[in-house]
Design a protein around this ligand. Structure first.
Ligand SMILES: N[C@@H](CCC(=O)NCCCC(=O)O)C(=O)O
Length: 255
């Protein structure tokens, strides 16, 4: 595998009487098949981790989705019933990784919870239970046990002309899936909105003046890699950026 190494920060999960550091296989498979890179699941070590030691050795960072939410204290709000469930170690590891990857120009693709972590890591905030906000559609996962139904393409978003994302998938309307009940509220200063849903929900952002590839999307392109052109193009573009860094081209440019 010559495409480069990509860190995927793990979630903390408890089952079978153990605590696990885990990442969903759909992100691992999308990294391999869609980006042509070698994924490396990174334990959620929080302060015990050494982010720069990891970033010295990888060529990209892929931040996955999760049913857990970023803790509201990280964007200055009080915890309520509606904000949970939480994964504080994931929060800490992801956000350190995000900040340093951007500073070092290491390619970053942040998906669903990942775009929310990106926004909070750079100083923004989140809204929770957005389906209860005036004028918002319901962005939550459909009530089904069938995974293809859960990740089915469901609503339109508008990709802004001239955005980084437009350079990957084209500007205008595209259709995406939707499995979230939180979304960006206060946009972080260094983020630019790349796409939005018809109800105003931010669906994609890029990092202004980032030295490397740095894109966040609220939907799940990883799930349909191999059968959806938009998903394929996003992961191919991420893979190109990772390969450029792996070959030393991106590393020289950014550091
Ligand atoms: N928890 C956040 C982010 C949502 C997310 O990442 N969803 C992916 C998992 C979908 C599932 O299997 O339930 C939010 O709800 O906004």
């Amino acid at each position: 595998m010559s495409g480069g190494l990509v860190a995927i920060p793990a979630d903390i999960r408890v089952f079978e009487g153990y605590t696990w550091h885990a990442a969903p296989d759909q992100y691992v498979q999308a990294a391999v098949r869609g980006s042509g890179v070698l994924p490396l699941i990174l334990p959620a070590l929080g302060d015990a981790g050494d982010v720069d030691m990891v970033l010295d050795r990888v060529d990209g960072v892929l931040i996955s989705g999760s049913r857990t939410n970023v803790h509201p204290a990280l964007y200055g709000e009080a915890e309520t019933e509606g904000h949970g469930p939480f994964d504080r170690l994931r929060d800490h590891t992801s956000m350190q990784l995000i900040r340093r990857a951007i500073e070092r120009g290491i390619p970053l693709l942040a998906i669903c919870r990942g775009i929310q972590e990106l926004n909070v890591a750079l100083g923004g905030s989140l809204a929770t239970e957005i389906q209860e906000l005036p004028g918002r559609i319901d962005h939550r996962k459909p009530d089904t046990q069938d995974r293809d139904e859960a990740f089915a393409i469901r609503h339109a978003i508008h990709v802004r002309e001239g955005s980084c994302l437009a350079g990957i998938v084209g500007a205008g309307e595209v259709k995406v899936n939707s499995l979230h009940r939180q979304a960006i509220s206060r946009l972080a200063p260094r983020l630019a909105v790349e796409a939005a849903a018809e109800d105003g929900t931010v669906e994609a952002v890029s990092v202004i003046d980032a030295p490397g590839f740095a894109l966040g999307v609220q939907w799940h392109p990883e799930y349909w890699v191999g059968s959806d052109a938009i998903s394929d193009r996003i992961f191919a573009a991420f893979g190109d950026a990772v390969r450029a860094r792996h070959s030393g081209l991106g590393r020289v440019a950014a550091e």
